[in-house]
Design a protein around this ligand. Structure first.
Ligand SMILES: [Zn+2]
Length: 313
């Protein structure tokens, strides 16, 4: 991606190297642990829009499954509900200072975030709406968020409570080495996906999901979640289209993003980790779905093509 020398967002908060919350221990063990243990949902009621909002403020659940022994969970978002964001850490493995190369990465993030702001300001303006962009918080190891403790192990996420994207830049190393998704445009896709969740927040889709999920079974909630996530992938594709219009794309960029979408599909991740996939637990979409929706956004550049709720996903 041709990003050097371009304007950076002023909505970046750099909390790297501040010492954060202190050290933490790697979770290890069962990578499904948090998802399985953290959410307790009532018996299905058949209502789609029913549940109250009582449980929303307070403890927050991470929707996704935690992958790999490091506990990374790529491209997650936070929603209201029961459960904990991150267990209180104990042992010592903090990383007090940004690692070499991360300052350039922070510059890159600043540019990508700024270009996302331009895109969504345009889209909202075309609909006579104001757009307030999210804050993007760079952190090391752990930091406080409106959704509880943000932990590097969970991967980048969007917190609707404080309307902020959280990312520990070391995730990008993992994206390349563990998830098999190298390249700067894979990294840009991650950010654009999380910004996509913010767009869902301000358009009301994410709050609606958070209300509805109170009355949904786990499997029903997963099905909603897939549509939420695929829409964020489609929005990331819309941004890729916009990046093309701004002449930011280099050869191979789109392939990097599509490969990332492929590598972090639920089926691919589960098969890689445990040797088989359990479709009813999917909450982000299969590799094919994620690639398809990213490409739909990229090819059309049309937000109305991202209605994953009306579509047969
Ligand atoms: Zn997501």
């Amino acid at each position: 991606m041709k990003w050097r020398g371009r304007e950076r967002s002023s909505n970046i908060q750099d909390r790297r190297g501040t010492g954060g919350m202190g050290g933490f221990g790697r979770m290890g063990g069962n990578p499904f642990g948090r998802n399985g243990g953290g959410m307790r949902l009532p018996i299905p009621t058949g209502r789609a829009g029913g549940g109250g909002i009582g449980g929303i403020v307070g403890i927050i659940v991470i929707l996704g499954i935690i992958w790999f022994a490091t506990g990374q969970n790529p491209l997650d978002m936070l929603t209201g509900g029961g459960g904990a964001v991150a267990p209180a850490g104990s042992s010592a493995q903090s990383r007090p200072l940004p690692e070499a190369g991360e300052d350039e990465l922070a510059d890159f993030v600043g540019v990508v975030v700024r270009e996302n702001e331009r895109l969504w300001e345009d889209v909202f303006a075309q609909n006579n709406l104001d757009y307030t962009p999210p804050q993007v918080i760079l952190f090391t190891a752990q930091t406080n968020s409106g959704c509880g403790v943000a932990d590097a192990r969970t991967g980048p996420f969007y917190c609707p409570v404080d309307q902020s994207v959280y990312i520990d830049l070391s995730f990008y190393d993992e994206l390349r080495s563990q998830f098999g998704a190298p390249g700067d445009f894979a990294q840009a896709y991650v950010l654009a996906h999380e910004v996509g969740h913010h767009v869902q927040q301000v358009t009301g889709i994410l709050p609606e999901f958070n209300r509805a999920r109170q009355g949904l079974s786990q499997e029903e909630a997963n099905r909603w979640s897939v549509r939420i996530e695929l829409q964020a992938d489609c929005y990331a594709g819309i941004w890729a289209n916009y990046a093309g219009q701004q002449n930011l794309l280099e050869n191979g960029d789109i392939e990097e993003a599509i490969n990332a979408a492929d590598q972090i599909g639920d089926d691919t991740l589960q098969e890689r980790m445990q040797g088989y996939a359990v479709p009813k637990t999917f909450n982000h979409g299969t590799s094919q779905q994620r690639m398809t929706w990213f490409q739909r956004g990229f090819q059309t550049g049309d937000v109305s093509q991202c209605d994953t709720f009306a579509a047969n996903v």
